[in-house]
Design a protein around this ligand. Structure first.
Ligand SMILES: C[S@@+](CC[C@H](N)C(=O)[O-])C[C@H]1O[C@@H](n2cnc3c(N)ncnc32)[C@H](O)[C@@H]1O
Length: 357
């Protein structure tokens, strides 16, 4: 079910997406990985929408950008007056190991560095509104408290998404709780794209907010047993591909679309499906100016864009009649491993275009 599903009518407070007209106007905001429209959304949610029916999760707070937007909004909301520690912040606050990214020096961070002190300083004005859960998310627990706003910007690997699902999805309040999947329209998130299709009948899509956040209203309750069972780790290959297809079909925004095709290529890689990697790359480059997803695709799959040897390796097998299924990631079982003639033509075009850069 989504926002366009006639069986579910959105509450008036959400239907015309008022966050798009809202300005957070934060005084000295901390450094953040979020874009202004995302900060405006978080601020709108806590200042205008929040009713105090549940707690607020800020999962992946980094240097405090999302925290500050949420807390500043809450400061102006009468439903939060006199109530402490409504916002629960989760982060490992460290740049070690897998948490190191080449762009972190932009935030004055080096390798193997803790940034918890910086986070605490950055959000010191909101100390009473937040509770900090420092450490590995996989080791965190949650009780029975309902969650009214769930901001997920931490599920950088599938087990983290599965853990967040088990902890918080059963605590969402149908008809009230908002889920923000901050990575939805970005790369390295095929598990998030897929899992939101698994839970499609429990949420309505409210908006896609740049740069990458997809916003949902929880429409139907999720039981604890369901959240324990319906996780990425338990999906079959066929289900992953089917849900990835549906996720791609659900995005209209072109940068989201290219990123989801890149995610489809990454998924195909994990499944050892070279045919589907090519299929996804073709889709990204069917846009003559594919943007950051195109650059990332060339970086991650260089073998498909390199010299003559790779061209031979990537050359499609004998052309087949075009499949009738349209722009699907996967093909019906009978035609798996072969490429349609349209695909072969497109692929050659992509190779020529990329080779000439
Ligand atoms: C994209 S950043 C969050 C950005 C933040 N919301 C902002 O406003 O700038 C993701 C955060 O997730 C944290 N993180 C990633 N994996 C984690 C894990 N396994 N446990 C705890 N924190 C983790 C990282 O330390 C990082 O600060």
């Amino acid at each position: 079910m989504d926002a366009s599903d006639a069986r579910y009518s959105l509450p008036a407070a959400l239907a015309d997406r008022p966050w798009r007209r809202h300005a957070a106007n934060l005084a000295s905001p901390p450094p953040t990985m979020l874009m202004q429209p995302e900060l405006d959304l978080l601020h709108w949610l806590t200042s205008q929408y929040y009713q105090g029916q549940g707690l607020i999760i800020d999962a992946g707070c980094f240097l405090g950008g999302s925290t500050s937007a949420l807390a500043s909004g809450l400061a102006t909301n009468p439903a939060a007056h006199g109530r402490k520690r409504l916002i629960h912040c989760y982060d490992l606050f460290s740049t070690s190991g897998k948490l190191w990214y080449d762009f972190l020096p932009q935030f004055n961070l080096g390798r193997d560095q803790s940034f918890e002190d910086r986070f605490r300083r950055n959000v010191a004005a909101h100390a009473e509104r937040i509770e900090v859960h420092a450490g590995e998310l996989l080791e965190q627990t949650w009780g029975q408290e309902p969650v009214e706003i769930l901001f997920l910007d931490i599920c950088k690997f599938p087990p983290l998404h599965d853990h967040a699902t088990r902890l918080w999805f059963p605590r969402l309040i149908p008809g009230r709780s908002i889920l923000i999947q901050q990575d939805y329209g970005w790369w390295d998130y095929h598990w998030g794209n897929i899992m939101m299709e698994v839970y499609r009948d429990r949420f309505a899509v409210l908006d896609d907010v740049p740069v990458a956040s997809r916003v949902y209203l929880c429409t139907h309750a999720i039981s604890e047993s369901e959240a324990a069972e319906r996780v990425y780790a338990r999906l079959s290959e066929v289900d992953k591909l089917r849900h990835m297809d549906a996720a791609i079909a659900s995005v209209g925004h072109s940068s989201y679309r290219e990123h989801l095709w890149l995610n489809a290529a990454e998924l195909a890689k994990t499944l050892g499906r070279e045919d589907l990697i090519k299929r996804a790359l073709v889709e990204i480059f069917s846009n003559p100016s594919p943007g950051p997803a195109g650059a990332s695709a060339r970086e991650r799959f260089p073998q498909y864009f390199a010299g003559a040897g790779a061209l031979a390796a990537a050359a499609p097998p004998a052309p087949q009649p075009p499949a009738a299924t349209g722009r699907r990631l996967d093909r019906p079982a009978a035609s798996r491993g072969s490429l349609s003639s349209r695909f072969a033509r497109l692929w050659r075009k992509v190779r020529r275009a990329v080779g000439s850069r």
